[in-house]
Write a protein that binds this ligand. Structure first.
Ligand SMILES: *Cc1c(COP(=O)(O)O)cnc(C)c1O
Ligand SMILES: [Zn+2]
Length: 411
C-alpha cells in the first residue's frame, strides 16, 4: 500500500485523483504527488529501511507506487565514495561522490524510470515512451524490455552514437527527431494527448520525478542518517535538483533525521545551455529559453520545465549556480577520473567543473561536508574525451624498446 493522498497542483494546490495526468486544468501548474506524512512516519524507521532490499524500493513508503513484481531491473543503492584526493586538489575538506554510474543503464535515469514503469504497470498501460536527451531513452528501452512492455523513445537526431546504440539494442522503437530536445519534448506533449502511452517524463512526470528523491534518501542513509552541508547537482530540466532537496526535507518530516536538514543546494550547467545559471547569476527572476550548444547533451534543455523551482531551491537554500565551458567539462571528467578512478559522462564533467568554480568563488567552502552527484557513465560520451586520452607510447615488443622509452628506474 502507498501513502499517496492525491495529485496536487504546485501553484494553486487544487487536488486531483491519481491518474496519468500532469498539469492543473485551472492554472496549468505542474501536478505533484501529495502524501500523508503522518501515516508514513508511523510506518517507517531506520530499521525498517535497513531490512529492505538494496534498491530504491527500501524507501517504498516515500514513493508513489508499490514495489513492482520480480521482472524489473534492480535500481539504486549506488556507492557514496569519500573523495579525499579530489578534495585536496580542489582545496575542500570533506567531499563525497555519489556514483550513480553504477545503475543498470549507467545513469541516474534508472531511478525515475523504475518508478514511472511501476506506475504504468499499475495503470495497465502497455507502452512506455519518453522525450529524451539520451539517458532517459536508455533506461526506458531497457526497463520496458525487462518488464515485457513496448517502448517508443524520441531523441534529438544529433545524439551521441553510443547513446543510440545502447538504446536501440533493447529492441524498442527509436524515433530520431530532426530538432533539439525542446522540439522533441513539444512533439511528445502532443502525442501524449492522443496515444494511450506512458510517457515517463510527460503524462507520468509527477510519479517519475519522485524517483529522484531516492538520491537524497540514500545519501543521508549512507552518511549514517546525517545530511550534507552542501550538494552540487547537474541541471537539465531541474527536476533532479528540486527533488533532491525535497528528499532531504521529507526524511525530516517522517522522523528519520535527528535535526532539520540545512542542505545548501547548488546547480551545475554548461555555458552552452545555462538558462538557470544565467538567471541566477544576473539576479533575475526570469528564465530566458536558449538554443543549446554544448557537449553535455544529457542536460541540454533550453527551456527547463522546472527552471523556476530550481532557481527558488538554489536561492532559498543559499546555494549557487555555475556554468562551465566545454573545455572545462572535459577537464572536469579527466580530473574526476585521475583523482578518484571514476569515469563520468559530460554531465559529470559539468558537475565537477562547477564544483571547482563554486569552490574558487567561495560558494562551496572547505568547512562543509559536500556531496557531488555523478549522474552518468563516461562510456556514454567517449567522443568528448577521446582526443585527450590515448596510449602513452607505442613500442616494439622487446626489453630494449621499453628501456629506450622509459630510461628511468620508476617504482
Ligand atoms: C537527465 C540528466 C540530468 C538532469 O536531470 P533533470 O532532472 O532533467 O534536471 C543530469 N545528469 C544526467 C546524466 C542526466 O541524464
Ligand atoms: Zn493549479
Amino acid at each position: 500500500m502507498t501513502y499517496v493522498q492525491s495529485l496536487r497542483c504546485r501553484e494553486c494546490e487544487r487536488t486531483y485523483d491519481i491518474a496519468p495526468i500532469y498539469t492543473c486544468e485551472w492554472c496549468f501548474g505542474p501536478l505533484e504527488v501529495a502524501y500523508d506524512y503522518e501515516a508514513i512516519a508511523a510506518n517507517i524507521s531506520r530499521e525498517s529501511i535497513a531490512a529492505g532490499p538494496e534498491t530504491i524500493w527500501r524507501y517504498a513508503p516515500l514513493l508513489p507506487v508499490d514495489p513492482p513484481g520480480a521482472s524489473t531491473l534492480p535500481v539504486g543503492f549506488t556507492p557514496l565514495l569519500r573523495a579525499d584526493r579530489l578534495a585536496a586538489e580542489l582545496g575542500l575538506g570533506e567531499l563525497w561522490i555519489k556514483d550513480d554510474t553504477r545503475n543498470p543503464t549507467n545513469a541516474f535515469k534508472d531511478r525515475v524510470v523504475a518508478v514511472a514503469l511501476a506506475k504504468a504497470l499499475e495503470f495497465g498501460m502497455k507502452t512506455l515512451a519518453c522525450a529524451s536527451t539520451g539517458n532517459l531513452a536508455n533506461a526506458v528501452a531497457a526497463h520496458a524490455a525487462r518488464a515485457g512492455l513496448h517502448s517508443v523513445v524520441f531523441i534529438p537526431a544529433d545524439l551521441e552514437a553510443a547513446k543510440i546504440v545502447t538504446t536501440a539494442v533493447y529492441g524498442g522503437t527509436v524515433v530520431a527527431i530532426d530538432g533539439n530536445y525542446d522540439d522533441v519534448n513539444r512533439l511528445c506533449v502532443e502525442l501524449a494527448s492522443e496515444r494511450p502511452w506512458a510517457f515517463a517524463n510527460v503524462n507520468m512526470r509527477p510519479f517519475y520525478a519522485e524517483g529522484s528523491k531516492t538520491l537524497a534518501f540514500e545519501t543521508a542513509e549512507q552518511l549514517g542518517w546525517e545530511t550534507p552541508d552542501h550538494v552540487v547537482v547537474p541541471v537539465g530540466s531541474g527536476s533532479l535538483l528540486t527533488k533532491i532537496r525535497k528528499g532531504f526535507d521529507e526524511l525530516h518530516k517522517v522522523g528519520l533525521l535527528d535535526a532539520p536538514p540545512a542542505v545548501r543546494v547548488s546547480g551545475a550547467q554548461a555555458t552552452g545551455c545555462s538558462p538557470v545559471a544565467s538567471a541566477f547569476n544576473e539576479g533575475s527572476d526570469t528564465i530566458t529559453p536558449v538554443r543549446p550548444s554544448t557537449i553535455a547533451k544529457s542536460i541540454a534543455i533550453g527551456n527547463p520545465a522546472d527552471g523556476y523551482y530550481t532557481l527558488d531551491a538554489v536561492r532559498e537554500t543559499g546555494g549557487g549556480c555555475a556554468a562551465v565551458t566545454d573545455d572545462e567539462i572535459v577537464e572536469g571528467m579527466r580530473l574526476l577520473a585521475r583523482t578518484e578512478g571514476i569515469f563520468g559522462e559530460t554531465a559529470a564533467g559539468v558537475t565537477i567543473a562547477s564544483l571547482k568554480k563554486l569552490t574558487q568563488e567561495g560558494v562551496v567552502r572547505p568547512d562543509e561536508r559536500v556531496v557531488a552527484y555523478v549522474t552518468g557513465h563516461g562510456l556514454k560520451t567517449l567522443d568528448s574525451v577521446a582526443p585527450h586520452a590515448g596510449v602513452s607510447v607505442t613500442i616494439k615488443p622487446t626489453l630494449e624498446a621499453f628501456h629506450e622509452a622509459f630510461p628511468g628506474e620508476d617504482e
